[in-house]
Ligand binder design. Structure first.
Ligand code: PLP
Length: 401
């Protein structure tokens, strides 16, 4: 009982921003019997992942804050050597600045509110901005008062690739337009960059090489030497239905493509999100009802499990049944329903779990650090906002690559 109270006071401490360390997911579930979804963060794993990523990427690493803006996550990344952040809104800028006042930020959203450009530049010292149109270029120039110290990044549109999340539909200038923009940026900016995004959870290292080849064509046609080439995010992690090539294969493809461009004075940047944080959290949910092979759980697509909905990511799952009671050795495939009244709150999985799953069981869902709590809404009165931090240990489900 005393232990339960300790854990609860630790939880309260966590909300005050103090760091607590709990031993294991099973221990937390035994002690807390959580009736609300519980995000279990592993800051030391995030720190180690950040350290290894930054040591093998041949350039500067900007963390894409949208992927998980939790302060414990940002702090862990910073401890792991990430000091640059890719931000897309004033709120993200404020969050990073409050926690890490010395961090360098790049505002890489190609369509920004004028007031946000102004404040980012004047109040938060942001100098690097992306754009994919002449109108946006004009906005940046006007709102920074024709500043002489801008870094202007032309976002290049890529042909649709085979990343799990295609990002080619919304942003990016077609090559001919990128040529025009690169020349205009050269006239207006102190630094000129070219950036792109191959799509999230990209499973093909050569996608970066092809994108760099396309960047090379634009650079030659424009006759403009960029100061920075930014290969964006998209670096993949493992899920039960996807084992991507090792991270070093992506790094060699990028290094190869970059070398071919023969730009000795150009810096190389990247903007990973998922690859830095996916393994750094798991989610504990509770079964509210079983109906055949359907489990009604207390988190769903309007909460931390957006990617388990329409994108149908298969996350690793594990039964947590405290008290030492044996579960059935026989496994079966389940689908999940989330807690809201929307029938779209459905996760097809399949999620393999013991055949005797029942109301009250807890399930630990792994690889829950990326695009999870960041996407949660309070729809229908359900909002997963309880976090604990776990000691450094191998994750009990899923894992780092
Ligand atoms: C979302 C995003 C990223 C991060 O993508 P991941 O696939 O999570 O690595 C990086 N850059 C930009 C511009 C983005 O929109």
């Amino acid at each position: 009982m005393a232990h339960t109270l300790d854990v609860l006071s630790d939880l309260a401490a966590r909300r005050r921003g103090a760091v607590n360390r709990l031993p294991s997911v099973d221990g937390v579930v035994s002690a807390l019997k959580p009736g609300d979804p519980l995000v279990c963060l592993r800051p030391r794993l995030i720190e180690a992942t950040a350290r290894s990523f930054t040591s093998i990427f041949p350039g500067r690493v900007f963390y894409a804050v949208k992927c998980n803006p939790d302060t414990a996550v940002l702090r862990a990344l910073s401890a792991g050597g990430v000091s640059h952040f890719d931000v897309a809104s004033l709120t993200e800028i404020e969050t990073v600045h409050r926690l890490l006042p010395d961090a360098r930020m790049a505002y890489m959203h190609p369509v920004k509110p004028r007031a946000s450009i102004r404040e980012a530049y004047a109040k938060y010292g942001v100098r690097d901005f992306s754009l994919d149109s002449v109108d946006e270029l004009a906005k940046i120039i006007t709102e920074t008062g024709h500043a002489a110290d801008l870094g202007l990044f032309v976002r290049l549109k890529l042909p649709k690739g085979n990343a799990v999340y295609d990002l080619s539909g919304k942003f990016g200038a077609a090559p001919e337009q990128a040529v025009t923009l690169l020349r205009a940026a050269r006239d207006a900016g102190k630094r000129v960059g070219l950036c792109f995004h191959v799509g999230s959870q990209c499973l093909d290292p050569s996608a970066y090489e092809r994108a760099l080849d396309l960047a090379g064509e634009v650079i030659r046609a424009a006759g403009v030497q960029p100061d920075v080439l930014d290969v964006g995010g998209g670096f993949p992690v493992s899920y039960p239905d996807a084992t991507p090539p090792a991270l070093w294969e992506f790094m060699s493809a990028i290094a190869r493509g970059f070398r071919r461009l023969n730009l000795p004075k150009c810096e190389l940047w990247c903007e990973p999100g998922r690859a830095l944080v996916a393994a750094g959290a798991s989610l504990v949910v509770q079964v509210q009802l079983r109906r055949g092979n359907e489990l009604f759980i207390n988190d769903g697509v309007y909460g931390s499990l957006s990617d388990a909905g329409v994108p149908a990511f298969q996350f690793p799952v594990r039964l947590v049944r405290p008290g030492g009671e044996q579960a059935s050795q026989e496994m079966q495939d389940y689908i999940f329903f989330g807690p809201t009244c929307d029938s779209a709150d459905r996760m097809a999985g399949p999620f393999p779990l013991p055949a005797d799953m029942r109301e009250g069981d807890w399930i630990e869902i792994g690889q829950m650090g990326a695009y999870t709590n960041a996407l949660a809404t309070p729809f229908n009165g359900f909002y997963p906002n309880t976090f604990v931090e776990l000691e450094d240990e191998p994750p009990s489900v899923g894992g780092a690559d």
